[in-house]
Design a protein around this ligand. Structure first.
Ligand SMILES: [Zn+2]
Length: 153
């Protein structure tokens, strides 16, 4: 192996450094963790020794830096999904499309009950329109705070 070792990243916790090492090794870069034993022995020493150092050979340093940068971007931030709207209340993207608007469903059931009272075929058209309206209406629900909302177009 060519050259000396160079520190490309430091982490406070051994697990972060080990995950980084796994990323680099998956890309075929030989990788060493310095001071990991010290930090394992006493986590509070992590700051004193400057964290766990991820070291690679000089010749791999640039590539390793790019890989770790991309990995951290992907690992620390949830993947942004442009098809999912943000919750207007808590800005969470943990949203999912509500299958039916609850109020429209209740309205449909109410008209079915109305048909039971007034057996006129035209009354049946009301729930049909209600369901068509519900299918057209795009309603989302926040998995974080439970708010139902319509995304801004
Ligand atoms: Zn929310």
């Amino acid at each position: 192996m060519a050259g000396e070792l160079q520190t490309v990243a430091t982490y406070s916790y051994p697990i972060q450094a080990q995950l980084a090492k796994a990323q680099l090794e998956a890309q075929g870069i030989e990788c060493f963790l310095a001071d990991i034993e010290t930090v394992y022995t006493n986590t509070f020493l992590s700051n004193a020794v400057g964290g766990v150092k991820v070291q690679v050979y000089n010749s791999d340093a640039f590539r390793a830096g790019v890989i770790l940068q991309n990995w951290e971007k992907g690992a620390l931030r949830p993947a942004r999904d442009e098809t999912r709207p943000h919750c207007p209340d808590c800005f969470s993207q943990e949203t999912h499309r509500a299958p039916f608007s609850r109020s429209v469903m209740a309205f449909g059931l109410l008209t079915l009950f109305l048909y039971y009272l007034i057996p006129n075929p035209f009354v049946l058209l009301i729930p049909v329109f209600a369901v068509l309206y519900a299918l057209r209406r795009e309603e989302w629900k926040c998995g974080q705070c439970g708010r139902r909302f319509r995304p801004a177009k």
